[in-house]
Design a protein around this ligand. Structure first.
Ligand SMILES: Nc1ncnc2c1ncn2[C@@H]1O[C@H](COP(=O)(O)OP(=O)(O)OP(=O)(O)O)[C@@H](O)[C@H]1O
Length: 260
């Protein structure tokens, strides 16, 4: 006897053990396919680098994960059974998906410390925030985050006085304050000095010890420093996947990057 299983049930079973599961995701804008059957699985505790030429669909993929864009078709599951295609952006964020956009959006007229403290406050219940005094545990968490983002000695600085790279780290710290399970980071190294870029790779690797991280990046030196599995997107689907060395040697990837 042949047992037939509904496709969605099969997808669901496969999604169970992964943190993020995309299968056959397609998105069209006025008939133009930005994503074409994109499939991607991120395991709990994994850091993944996503690369690809301009227009490959990297931003659209992030938009689908965070609920900003709804796919025309395909499955998107988080933590096993949360169907992200049926949820709005706020509900998805509250599941523990944090996104860092390319441009830092810190509160410039507040100190580094206050920026992190405010981000912690953001996850407190409104009533608790109203009558809130930062608890010992919260102070310890702010300290811990400042260590991770290398801004301990700048805690009293106004964010406006930080370098571009330091502002990026501060924003990563603000995301950490929200205790996400998955961090989506868009081109963190853009505009950074070489030293800051190298520090950012170390910092993200530290974060990835306790959280899953998906990093979209163009800077190959940075991707090499991360030393993680790389997914190459092209025309809305996965062209190649593996170590940076493996995908760099893939003829399909060479053609896309160098063949025109
Ligand atoms: N809202 C939209 N309306 C129409 N077309 C769009 C929209 N958003 C994205 N696109 C198109 O979809 C394709 C994929 O875009 P996307 O921004 O996801 O690529 P990307 O890989 O992030 O590129 P980049 O590296 O330049 O940021 C592009 O051709 C883009 O022009």
């Amino acid at each position: 006897m042949t047992v037939t299983t509904e496709p969605s049930r099969v997808a669901h079973a496969k999604a169970k053990d992964s943190l993020l599961y995309l299968d056959g995701v397609s998105v069209s804008f006025d008939g133009f396919k930005a994503l074409r059957g994109l499939s991607l699985v991120i395991e709990p505790g994994e850091m993944r680098a996503i690369i690809g030429p301009n227009g490959a669909g990297k931003t659209t993929m992030m938009d689908v994960i965070t609920g900003k864009t709804k796919p025309d078709s395909g499955d998107v599951y988080f933590s096993g059974d949360a169907d992200l295609t049926r949820m709005d952006e706020a509900s998805i964020a509250s599941l523990g998906i944090g996104r860092k956009f390319q441009k830092p959006t810190v509160f410039e007229s507040h100190t580094v410390w206050d920026n992190i403290d405010l981000a912690l406050a953001g996850v407190r219940k409104p009533f608790a925030t109203l009558f809130h005094r930062t608890s010992k545990a919260e102070i310890a968490r702010v300290e811990e985050i400042l260590e991770i983002i290398r801004l301990t000695d700048k805690r009293h600085w106004f964010a406006a006085n930080l370098s571009h790279g330091q502002k990026q780290w501060l924003e990563i710290g603000m995301l950490l304050a929200q205790e996400p399970k998955l961090l989506l980071v868009d081109e963190p190294a853009a505009g950074m000095t070489d030293a800051e870029t190298a520090q950012t790779a170390i910092l993200l690797k530290e974060i990835a010890r306790t959280k899953s991280v998906v990093v979209v990046e163009h800077d190959m030196t940075f991707v090499r420093d991360l030393g993680v599995k790389v997914t190459v997107l092209h025309e809305g689907s996965v062209l190649s996947e593996g170590s940076l060395d493996a995908v760099s040697a893939d003829p399909k990837v060479i053609e896309v990057y160098l063949g025109r």
